[in-house]
Ligand binder design. Structure first.
Ligand code: NDP
Length: 405
């Protein structure tokens, strides 16, 4: 029987989720897309052949969100607004009695922290209400967690190291733009790098550790990868048995880093309010207003993304490496759903996560990370709905990564 989905957030990712849910009428019989600016929802609805409903909502307002949930009666709330809304939307789901899903962990506005410490404490309340909250159902976090669960289930007896590697080899032709919400993106990459080894977190200066890495796809090629902190590591260190080390790497071009360095040096990436002509403004929020809207990059972006995990561990008593990854083409994504690959690779897993919940494939009261469920139905759906994956011998990829930092 088909179900009802309420999507909150009509940005780049919300557009993909709306398109992809609409492609599955047998699963999502009724779709409402709601966001702060209803006109953006209406614009997306007009692109979709099937009728979907739209609404205005301020997701910071629990009562307003509860009223919207009650009037639309969804089986799942898909939160693809901003990380700032995670807690109010979780509260609204608890009050109105609906399952919850997001793609990024909660962040306080005044402090760039990436941690599940705010959302994990909701576990008992969701459990008692008989509701499921699925955290981080994008690509990274999201698919990367499912790749780890798959490797743990099928490829290894023990996983010793995981290196998550995220490459965007796309070119949008602008001197500087971010591929998703600039405020969230810049907060993430200007923070200290952090990785986990031998049971403890180790910090590095922002973007200080980097290597050249040859990707499996010729159109991605050789790129510089930079060590960053990324939120999925916080849950994976708890759930992958025998893990000795986990790191996260992302590609950046020299041009991108030069622009970023200048913006940082002049204070434009700051998140502390600054007095300006009688008003308090946050420099990073102002910068966001100046930069191209990530949603507008779709038609201009050419090239591919490659996101995956390199594993080292033991299988049947022998040392082994494996690499699981997806390649996604920006222009193919745009042709299908009018968004570039960054939004696509986030929105497709959000739709699949919602499908796992409404079909009860992954239903379990409480608050969960992706790797805590059986990876198989999710991995099958990645192949079916636009994000096919490969598993290859990882030895030549593992050898390119530094063993010591
Ligand atoms: P955008 O900035 O493009 O879109 C965010 C949307 O949320 C906008 O439509 C915005 O409305 C809406 N919104 C913001 N505040 C509120 C509010 N208080 N009430 C209702 N709606 C609100 O972001 P993206 O689409 O690029 O990203 C969406 C989410 O996906 C983010 O949380 C991001 O961190 C996450 N993400 C996850 C990734 C992953 O792999 N896991 C990768 C990329 C992104 P308005 O237009 O009116 O401002």
């Amino acid at each position: 029987m088909s179900k009802k989905a309420l999507i909150i957030g009509a940005g780049g990712v919300g557009r993909v989720v709306a398109h992809k849910c609409a492609q599955l009428p047998e699963v999502f019989g009724d779709i409402t897309l709601a966001s702060r600016t209803k006109a953006k929802c209406d614009q997306i609805a007009a692109e979709i052949e099937r009728p979907i409903k739209t609404a205005a909502v301020d997701a910071d307002d629990v009562a307003a969100t509860v009223a919207l949930i009650k009037s639309t009666g969804p089986d799942v709330l898909i939160n693809v607004a901003l990380p700032y809304q995670d807690l109010t939307l979780m509260e609204a789901c608890l009050e109105a009695g609906v399952d919850y899903l997001d793609t990024a962990n909660y962040e306080p506005r005044d402090e760039a922290r990436f941690s599940y410490e705010y959302q994990w404490p909701y576990h008992e309340r969701f459990e008692q209400r008989g509701l499921t909250a699925l955290l981080g159902s994008g690509f990274d976090p999201g698919v990367t967690n499912v790749y780890c669960a798959y490797a743990q289930k099928h490829l290894f007896d023990e996983i010793h190291t995981v290196d998550i590697i995220d490459a965007n080899a796309g070119d949008h032709g602008y001197p500087f733009a971010t591929n998703f919400n600039p405020e969230i993106n810049i907060r993430e990459i200007t923070a200290n790098g952090r990785y986990w080894e031998a049971g403890e977190w180790r910090e590095t200066e922002p973007l200080a550790v980097h290597r050249t890495f040859a990707f499996p796809e010729t159109q991605v090629g050789e790129r510089e990868i930079y060590l960053l902190y990324h939120e999925e590591m916080e849950s994976l260190v708890k759930h992958i048995h025998g893990l000795k080390r986990i790191r996260f790497w992302m590609t950046f071009s020299q041009n991108y880093l030069t622009h970023l360095r200048v913006l940082e040096n002049i204070g434009m990436t700051g998140i502390e309010p600054v007095a300006f002509q009688g008003q308090q403004i946050i420099p990073l929020e102002f910068l966001k207003a100046l930069l191209p809207d990530p949603g507008s990059l779709g038609p201009r972006t050419k090239g591919k993304t490659c996101i995956g995990c390199v594993f080292d561990g033991i299988k049947d008593g022998e040392r082994k490496q494996a690499y699981i990854y997806n390649i996604c083409d920006h222009q193919e994504c745009y042709r299908e759903v009018k968004s570039q690959a960054i939004s696509y690779t986030t929105g497709v897993p959000a739709m699949i996560g919602a499908k796992m919940l409404v079909t009860s494939a992954w239903k379990k009261p409480g608050v969960w990370n992706m790797e805590q469920f059986d990876p198989d139905p999710f991995m099958d759906d990645l192949n079916r709905y636009g994000l096919p994956w490969e598993v290859v011998d990882g030895a030549s990829f593992y050898e390119q990564l530094p063993q010591q930092i």
